[in-house]
Design a protein around this ligand. Structure first.
Ligand code: NAP
Length: 509
């Protein structure tokens, strides 16, 4: 096993940062065990070994977290503080994230199997940026003033709006980008003056625990941020149904999202849903093919395909179909796969056993439905992790001749499986791209600028990348159409999700 890890920039993770203590709940500014003392191990998907034990919150613990967050919102200083003050604390969180970036990257990688090359250079800086960006926005949450003279009195009035925090926000996050997707909710929710309860995915709690420490160290008052770990179907469900919660910010699968909407209806919560995807990436014959293929390759295989925007359907104009597939296969053959703690690796194990089983099942569906396997389609044993028969490693997989109604074309696989389909006309490509229940993202590769914009407008998806794929920035709104959800995260747009608008009327007559 590793004694320390050195990155390309010369920085190294110190051995003490690689010691992971058992995970506790963080409620009302205190670390505590679950009320019944129950714990569950979190597993390293590269070795299948337990990393440490994680407290499994009970309903009593969830209730305590809700009480603490409620009290902090109703009676505490946080919502009443100036935006400048909240912003200064959130900026400090950003600084602490960067200071502890090596440890955070290490935790993310051993918990999720994400190559450390990415958790170190993508996930850590992006999470810090979320706290810097919303730290800046905290002092810019503004209403508007208008003069009106409404009938029937026609008296002049000054009317202005105030933007006020909602109350207690439950942030429920998935396993695939544990750090970024936590920060995406926690930073804007806190910036607006809400209090927060975070429920991370059960299989990847380690960076959420570290983030709770950093939030406390930065000076977030007690009760304003709380962390509970444990099964979503139990304690997530308590949050969803509880009248003390005002808003659910959810990222996860479409099925769980639908259940949350139903279960939250009786208590009329505001909900935002960032759900699944089955995104189409199109390559027209007039594209810069080298660049388009590289983009398609990272579009599906980045983060092992465990990314909601995965370009899991590749649509290729027939005249370049074979050429694109051959180039893609060459990229896969040359890819550096294996132990995610090796800084030269870009493709690691799937996040857990159930992911491994699900991917294997979909590859079977691909065969059964008549798609042609071009590469992959089986597990692999990485060299050099000292434990070669262990780990949830699955080959990057490409099926070609995929047609409309195949399960690998219609259903979200959420893993490294690409379905490639040929097309003949722009209209056909657009219909194929829009032809699933999902609408999260899309991509188009062409040198024809008019076609590029035409296709982007025709996509029924929340994002369209032109001649690129899978780019994100804290300032650019993100979210879905159709079964991929509603509500936008990131950018200034997300602040709508964390504030009420109040109208105030002043009679000027
Ligand atoms: P998931 O199974 O839906 O779980 C997401 C979160 O919901 C986890 O914290 C989970 O807890 C919790 N949960 C489960 N059942 C619940 C319930 N009944 N009530 C309340 N909470 C509950 O999703 P996942 O497998 O972690 O993540 C993969 C999915 O997320 C994919 O569909 C992917 O496309 C989607 N995703 C979407 C976006 C986006 O921005 N649109 C981004 C990333 C991922 P446990 O872990 O304890 O079960």
């Amino acid at each position: 096993m590793y004694q320390s890890i050195t990155f390309a920039d010369g920085t190294a993770i110190a051995p003490d940062e690689m010691q992971i203590a058992p995970g506790k709940l963080f409620i009302n500014g205190e670390w505590r065990d679950a009320q019944d003392g129950r714990t569950k191990p979190t597993i390293n998907p590269a070795t299948e070994e337990a990393i440490t034990e994680i407290a499994q919150a009970t309903e009593v613990d969830a209730d305590a977290a809700i009480k603490a967050a409620r009290k902090a919102f109703d009676d505490g200083p946080w919502p009443k503080m100036s935006g400048h003050e909240r912003g200064r604390i959130l900026t400090k969180v950003g600084d602490l994230i960067l200071k502890h970036g090596d440890e955070l990257a290490y935790r993310e990688t051993i918990d999720m199997g994400k190559p450390i090359a990415f958790s170190h250079t993508v996930d850590v800086p992006l999470m810090a940026d979320l706290f810097y960006y919303y730290g800046g926005i905290a002092s810019q949450i503004e209403g508007k003033a208008r003069h009106v003279s409404p009938p029937p009195t026609h008296t002049p009035n000054l009317t202005y709006t105030l933007r006020e925090p909602l109350g207690v926000v439950a942030a429920i996050t998935p396993f695939n980008f544990p750090m970024i997707l936590s920060g995406t909710k926690i930073a804007p929710a806190l910036a607006a003056g809400n209090t927060v309860i975070h429920k991370p995915a059960s299989i990847t709690p380690l960076t959420a625990i570290k983030l709770a420490q950093l939030l406390a160290e930065a000076g977030i008052p007690e009760g304003v941020f709380n962390l509970i770990t444990g099964p979503g179907s139990k304690i997530g469900d308590v949050l969803v149904k509880h009248p003390g919660i005002n808003k659910i910010a959810f990222t996860g699968s479409t099925d769980v999202g639908i259940g949350i909407i139903k279960n939250s209806a009786d208590t009329l919560k505001k909900v935002t849903m960032e759900l699944g995807g089955k995104s189409a990436n199109m390559i027209f014959a007039d594209a810069d093919l080298d660049s388009a293929v590289t983009s398609a390759f990272f579009g599906i295989f980045y983060n092992k395909g465990e990314i909601c925007t995965a370009g899991s359907r590749l649509l290729v104009e027939r005249s370049v179909y074979e050429e694109v597939i051959e180039q893609l296969v060459r990229h896969v053959e040359q890819m550096s796969k294996g132990d995610p703690l090796d800084p030269t690796v870009i493709f690691g194990p799937l996040a857990d056993k159930s992911q491994f089983e699900k991917i294997s099942q979909y590859v079977q569906f691909g065969h059964e439905d008549g798609a042609k396997l071009r590469i992959g389609g089986r597990p692999f044993n990485p060299n050099g992790n000292g434990n070669s028969n262990k780990g949830f490693y699955y080959e990057p997989t490409i099926f070609t001749d995929a047609i409309y109604d195949m399960r690998i074309v219609q259903e979200e696989i959420f893993g490294p499986v690409l379905a490639v389909t040929p097309f003949d006309t722009e209209e056909e490509a657009i219909n194929l791209a829009n032809g699933t229940q999902f609408g999260l993202a899309s991509g188009v590769h062409t040198r024809d600028i008019k076609k590029a914009h035409r296709v982007a407008r025709a996509m029924k998806a929340g994002t369209c990348w032109i001649n690129t794929y899978n780019l994100f920035d804290v300032s650019i709104p993100f979210g879905g159409y159709k079964a991929s959800g509603f509500g936008r995260e990131l950018g200034t747009e997300v602040m709508e999700n964390y504030t009420h608008t109040k109208s105030v009327w002043v009679d000027l007559s």
